[in-house]
Write a protein that binds this ligand. Structure first.
Ligand code: SAH
Length: 506
């Protein structure tokens, strides 16, 4: 029988990229993933899709499962021979009760490993622009529980020593005890005007930071309604935030943006938006599939590829599906050696380069008319041209080429179909006003989104619409919707640039 093992994995404070490489590997290997309230859900994308997911999260005051039962569950799964990934927020050994789980595993004879994580104690301040140490300002820091029962007679926290003995004090689980923490520190000699800060949901797209002073902190918790989870930082390093802020002042920070592109295509847009600070909500309204004629047209063209003079691509999908079919038929790029190759824009050209092909013709800006214009001087007028593209597409390019005397075969490389899997999520997100903006990267994303809303735009009230170009914008107008952001450059980077401009103007 397979031998089970439990990995106690530090999931880090939230930003999925703060998971360690080892943590990711263990997560990928696991048969069972046991998740926590503070372990970011976005990490579950690294899970084996076949693996079982068990949520045992505890939210303050609302315990889903008792700690001892969680430990027993881990032991039980391990004994069944399963590889278990126990995902814990931050670092498992920093107020994470990792030690308690290990005691039970040890007792049960189940092998275990601990994979340290990035603790919120350091990372949340870091993402607020507050280094916990700094030459000349802070030579020491301490991480302290803020959850100690205030009615307890004997405190195990050495307030007298901490107050004056450590430069930076970082309290976890301390929000509801701020008054007690501040008064103890002041009582033992820490200056009332010591800078302090709360960082709530640190490293996440919805991080909140509040700066205050030791004497005003508990007042501010009430006044501003600061809620857990937050770290409370006390010390002069808090002042460094003014100059060292980098995360929550990015151009799209705090913006919640729906991405409607197909899942297979969304990643780049999502990455760029995230990098600029936005929180993205992926709700694909379309999906990309093999051609509706089951490659009939494409196969015929590939069999006669030697008779063509030109091969044109108008999308990355077209490139993907064309080459997939080429390779599936046992051919390779040598079959294309005699062809001139055109790409509708720089992104498609870059995609072609991944197959070792440098396009002969690339307009600076993505648009059928522009490709036609750059090809024109290179054509004699009797060329045979193959165009591999989506089932439904504009006719500008083939018609324009035919007008120049060329013969054009348009073959279907892929089709775009509607994806309704996330309809409920879409409606709920809009109803709860959980989105500030929707991006449309093609007319079909508009059509399919509107279909899911039964053609009605009421739910889109107050939501900014951002379109990749004028054609997509016109499609919005068919539904009486006026996009306020329309990219002039019809690429993902162009769209993101337009969004940034639109947001900064507001
Ligand atoms: N093991 C965790 C801490 C668990 S105790 C770690 O190393 O980070 C729970 C406390 O951690 C919360 O009450 C809060 O004070 C803090 N915390 C965890 N994640 C946080 C985050 N993303 N932002 C701010 N505080 C966080």
């Amino acid at each position: 029988m397979k031998k089970g093992k439990v990995y106690l994995i530090g999931a880090g404070p939230g930003d999925p990229e703060l998971l360690t490489i080892k943590g990711k590997r263990c997560l990928e290997e696991a048969d069972v993933v046991v998740g926590d309230y503070l372990a970011d859900k976005r990490l579950l994308r690294f899970m084996n899709p076949e693996a079982e997911y068990i949520y045992v999260g505890k939210k303050a005051g609302n315990h889903t499962m008792k700690q001892h039962d969680i430990s027993l569950l881990l032991a039980e799964k391990g004994k069944e021979g399963k590889v278990v990934a126990r995902l814990k927020g931050g670092d498992p050994f920093v107020f994470g009760r990792g030690g308690e789980e290990i005691e039970v595993l040890k007792e049960a004879g189940v092998p275990f490993e601990e994979v340290p994580g990035v603790t919120s104690a350091i990372a949340a301040p870091a993402y607020a622009g507050i280094p916990v140490t700094h030459r000349k300002i802070a030579a020491s820091f301490a991480v302290i529980t803020g959850h100690e029962d205030p009615t307890k007679n004997e405190s195990s926290i050495h307030w007298d020593k901490l107050a004056g003995g450590v430069d930076t004090l970082i309290f976890l689980m301390g929000v509801s005890n701020t008054a007690m923490i501040a008064s103890q520190l002041i009582k033992y000699g820490r200056s009332k005007v010591t800078p302090a800060a709360f960082v709530r949901w640190g490293t996440r797209p919805y991080q909140e930071t509040y700066t205050t002073t030791l004497e005003n902190a508990s007042e501010d918790v009430k006044k501003l309604g600061i809620k857990p989870p937050a770290v409370f930082i006390v010390g002069d390093v808090v002042n460094l935030r003014q100059d060292m802020r980098w995360f929550d002042n990015r151009p799209l920070f705090g913006k919640r943006i729906i991405v409607t592109r197909s899942r297979s295509q969304a990643s780049r847009l999502v990455d760029v938006l995230n990098e600029k600070g936005a929180e993205t909500i992926e709700i694909p309204t379309i999906a990309i599939k093999e051609p509706s004629d089951n490659y009939k047209g494409m196969d015929e063209a590939l069999e006669h590829i030697s008779t063509y003079d030109w091969l044109l691509f108008t999308s990355q999908n077209g490139v993907d599906y064309f080459f997939k079919r080429l390779y599936d038929k046992g051919m390779d790029t040598r079959a294309l050696g005699h062809l001139k190759i055109g790409a509708i824009g720089p992104a498609t050209a870059r995609w072609l380069a991944r197959h070792g092909i440098r396009a002969d013709c690339v307009p600076e800006k993505y648009k059928a008319e522009n490709l036609l214009a750059v090809m024109k001087p290179l054509l004699k007028g009797n060329e045979k041209i193959l165009l591999a593209r989506a089932k439904v597409a504009r006719s500008v390019l083939p018609e324009g080429l035919r007008d120049l005397g060329c013969s054009v075969d348009v073959v279907e490389a892929y089709q775009t179909v509607s994806d309704e899997e996330n309809k409920e999520k879409l409606i709920e997100t809009l109803r709860n006003h959980d989105a500030d903006m929707i991006t449309f990267t093609s007319s079909s994303t508009v059509y399919n989104l509107m279909n899911q809303l039964d053609g009605k735009g009421e739910l889109l009230k107050g939501v900014t619409l951002a379109c990749i170009g004028p054609i997509t914008a016109d499609t919005c107008r068919k539904y009486n919707l006026e996009p306020s952001i329309i990219s002039k450059v019809f690429t993902i980077d162009g769209l993101v640039h337009a969004i940034e401009e639109g947001v900064s103007q507001k």
